[in-house]
Design a protein around this ligand. Sequence first.
Ligand code: 5GP
Length: 189
Amino acid sequence: MEILKNKIKEYGVLISDQVLKVDSFLNHQLDPELIVDIGREFAAIFSQDEVTKILTVEASGIAVALTTAMELKVPCVFAKKNKPSTLQGNVYSSVVYSFTKNETVTISVAGNYIEPTDRVLIIDDFLAMGSASRGLVDIVKQADAALVGVGVVIEKGFQQGGQELRSAGVRVEPLVTIKSLSEGIIEFE
Ligand code: 5GP
């Protein structure tokens, strides 16, 4: 996605040689046109896969998951962090470590929102070490649903999450892949 690459080049801010800040259009302030375009792109990539549900994790995955769900005309479910008391009954949970926040959280989805008949597409903003995606894959497995794949807006190819998921047989589709963030330069694959 050329438009996404241009946004990253113009507005992306390097926090370190590992972390890219995209708060001005994806992670804090949202660029509505771009978010809609991202949804269209994911929907086109997975158009033949009979997706019945989009799954993401709060909060930064929700916008792009929603526009993808709107294009594919399916519901969008987001895993909640730190299981609220309102989440009762049959609940699927998984433990996720965030290296950007240096914290471990339990993500949870109510059992009635993912069913064994579902074909689930996981959508998220970033793929880094893969912990968030692995947690969501784990929830899809607990629900006995079919996993279609993982769509991520930005994959950081120099971190091992994508490689590990692909080795485990998961289809991973990034819209852009970053090769390196070292020496203050954003290098795309
Ligand atoms: P992972 O679980 O793959 O290590 O990281 C995925 C999550 O961490 C993403 O959903 C995102 O919220 C956050 N994250 C990882 N790397 C970055 C990054 O370079 N920049 C930003 N803004 N968030 C990141």
